[in-house]
Design a protein around this ligand. Structure first.
Ligand code: TYC
Length: 100
């Protein structure tokens, strides 16, 4: 045990740290069918058909769209799962993650 002890000032105490958040981003490509992208968004990210269509169209028109925000582990798991679904069908569908 050390002889010295750090006494924390009250404002330094008990500051609950929120985990850093990561965006899942959907990238456009020229090959994946629109309805497949929409189905992946509904299945993996639990979106309604309308929400999924909106995100898919934003990526299609602008090149990329934010899908959702999660802690790092969940963001990476979901984007990997969605990428695998594209790969399984031979599509270049790509989701990436980015720290907020
Ligand atoms: N651009 C694709 C097409 O025209 C559809 C698409 C939309 C693909 C969004 C990927 O993230 C994407 N078939």
């Amino acid at each position: 045990m050390s002889e010295t002890e750090t006494i924390k000032r009250p404002e330094e105490k008990a500051k609950p740290k929120r985990p850093p958040l990561y965006k899942v981003i959907l990238l456009n490509d020229d090959f994946t069918p629109r309805d497949f992208v929409t189905k992946v968004l509904q299945g993996v990210f639990r979106m309604s058909e309308g929400e999924a269509l909106g995100v898919m169209l934003t990526a299609h028109q602008l090149g990329a769209s934010v899908v959702a925000v999660f802690t790092r582990e969940i963001a990476e798991e979901k984007s990997a799962q969605a990428n695998r679904m594209g790969q399984d069908e031979g599509y270049p569908l790509t989701f990436t993650t980015e720290k907020e």
